[in-house]
Unconditional design. Sequence first.
Length: 209
Amino acid sequence: MIRIRPRWLVGSAVLGFALTVSGCLQGTASDRKYYLLDVKREGGPAQVHTDAALRIRRFNVDEAFMTKQLAYRLGEFRYESDYYHQFLVLPGMMITEKARDWLADSGIFGRVSSVGSRLESRYMLEGNVIALHADFRNESSPAAVMEIRFFLISGPDANETVALARTYRAESPISARTAEAVVEALSESLTEILTRLEPDIEKAVAREK
């Protein structure tokens, strides 16, 4: 896990500017602020509907981004994490819950449950978060990057056939030089990914009807 203090918060030649966030090298744990991603599904129910249930496994997150701390990419091989600005919960759990709520609202499946549910499910959704960071390599156009690889598995006990395997990447502009703006842009990236995922799942389910 990256444990580097964000030196760029007090000025960095690499970025050319500093985010106007609270916290400094002399800060304490009480200075930390916590954030949650926020996504909202808009529009009506999906056209394809099945009575079958979908079970969602908790998404894996690549080790570089497993931490609650916001991550910043400053160079081709250089990343730093922000001790003073963190997600409230681990990103794997948070993104899983957002995907579950989104797909439950879509109406594609009769039920959408978490992996701990005892309900029988025909479908299983797995995800791997490959990228989750703010990219500051281009000072004039920083972006929030998220990339997730999804697998939709179909069959009895949801362990037989891969109905969908696809990777989605989204980059959303960061509107201001604050941690809040970074989280807002990451939320926009997740919204874009789930918006693209939903019709692909809908098509995969339709092929099996």
